[in-house]
Ligand binder design. Structure first.
Ligand code: UDP
Ligand code: MG
Length: 335
């Protein structure tokens, strides 16, 4: 069974599929990518729940844990687990770089025929790995885990998330599916495309969707965090959303053209009105209110778009500096 998307295969072409799902399962290799920042409380529970599922899947695997500069004993714990199980591999950063660089590092270190990014806090139920693998064997290249309900999230977070997805999709050419996080299975050919994307600003949700290929989704209910606390407060999420939109769309600065045009048009009509009024009825002194309104309004619009331009210039600056995305201090288990 050969997929149409195989024609777009950019790698060595080692993705031929046969119909015996079991034989594939044994010859293929799966990489799990786990970014971890201060997750010591959750690590034992995480492995305890994940390992039996991977055993049941009957596939060779590695679990790449990226210690994103944790301040608790995440690294020590990971070392312990890695010593006991050679399939647990650790990449440790020199400091906290953020979830997106951690995910990029995990992608760089992964050698699987398929990869699954998964959060350490068990909000992404590992049980879904089995149906994901099934769909992969059927020939899909990307299998999203779609949140059916977000009961675990607050009302505000649900609403803002919904709002973000619709704004993002309206503004950018890359559509990201609603209520899909990083948790998904991606075939090697998709990973190889993502690794070739050069940007430093890594909005993973968008980058994961950019390559395209044949995809499907599996629905699930998002659980509460098993242990510990969220690393994303509202401010961090807001910045994340802004940065996502700015890295996938130039529509915000382009909007300046339309708003500018609209204001010019209105001003032109108003100017005509004032000129004719003066010609017909003579000079009339008052006008403070209309001048103030126009000055303040235009000032506001100009500041807003200056800020927007700044945002994009800042991004260009960040890209041209070309600093590495992350610094690895130590790796364990990759020999
Ligand atoms: N994370 C990370 N670096 C950070 C922040 C978070 O690697 O700077 C990891 C974190 O350990 C977890 C995942 O990203 O595995 C998701 O974080 P969290 O559960 O705090 O986010 P939420 O689910 O609340 O959006
Ligand atoms: Mg979480």
């Amino acid at each position: 069974m050969l997929m149409t998307s195989d024609e777009m295969d950019m790698t060595s072409g080692n993705h031929e599929l046969s119909d015996g799902a079991d034989t594939i399962a044994r010859s293929k290799f799966l990489s799990l990518l786990v970014p971890m920042y201060n997750e010591a409380a959750v690590i034992p529970v995480f492995f305890a729940r994940l390992s039996p599922i991977l055993e049941a899947a009957g596939i060779d695997y590695e679990i790449i844990c990226v210690n994103d500069g944790s301040k608790d004993n995440t690294l020590a714990l990971l070392k312990e687990f890695a010593a006991r199980d050679s399939r647990i591999r650790v990449v440790s950063f020199s400091r906290n770089f953020g979830k997106e660089p951690a995910m990029s590092a995990a992608l760089d270190f992964a050698s699987g025929d398929a990869v699954i990014p998964i959060d350490a806090d068990l909000q992404d139920p590992p049980e879904l790995i089995l149906p994901m693998l099934e769909q992969w064997h059927l020939g899909y290249d990307v299998i999203y885990a779609k949140r059916q309900s977000r009961d675990a999230d607050s009302f505000l977070k649900r609403k803002t998330a919904l709002w973000f997805y619709s704004v993002f999709n309206r503004m950018s050419e890359t559509d990201i599916p609603h209520n899909v996080g990083d948790y998904r299975l991606m075939d090697r050919k998709v990973v190889d495309v993502i690794k070739r994307l050069p940007e430093k600003d890594r909005f993973m949700k968008g980058l994961f969707c950019w390559p395209g290929f044949k995809h499907t989704s599996i629905e699930y209910d998002r659980a509460e965090r098993a242990e510990g606390v969220t690393k994303f407060n509202f401010w961090k999420l807001w910045n994340f959303a802004l940065s996502g939109i700015a890295s996938f769309s130039t529509m915000p600065i382009r909007a300046g053209i339309y708003i500018g045009l609209a204001i010019s048009l209105v001003s032109f009509i108003y100017a005509l009105f004032i000129v004719s009024k003066t010609l017909l009825f003579g000079v009339d002194v008052p006008g403070y209110a209309s001048i103030m309104v126009a000055v303040l309004f235009l000032g506001g619009v100009q500041m807003f778009f200056l800020g927007l331009m700044g945002e994009y210039i800042g991004r260009i600056y960040k890209e041209v500096k070309n600093r590495p995305l992350y610094i690895v201090q130590e790796t364990i288990g990759f020999e």
